[in-house]
Ligand binder design. Structure first.
Ligand SMILES: [Zn+2]
Length: 72
């Protein structure tokens, strides 16, 4: 029989983030995103961003880049 790990709660959906400068990708758990939204409200239309750990660049969600490209 297979053992099925029973989490206390379903895995939080993570969001793929990408650095605007070096292109480093990182999965950020939704839990952390919520936390950051609270800490740094900033522009309500802008997504929560992170400082890249490898360069001084800013990390944006992958969907944010797609949205930027789609905008004329
Ligand atoms: Zn970077």
């Amino acid at each position: 029989m297979k053992k099925r790990p029973r989490g206390r709660r379903p895995a939080a959906p993570s969001c793929l983030y990408q650095c605007e400068q070096c292109g480093t990708e990182e999965q950020i758990p939704a839990d952390v995103l919520v936390f950051f939204d609270v800490v740094d409200p900033g522009d309500p239309e802008a997504p929560a961003t992170f400082r890249c750990q490898r360069c001084p660049g800013i990390m944006y969600p992958a969907w944010w880049f797609r949205a930027q490209r789609a905008t004329p």
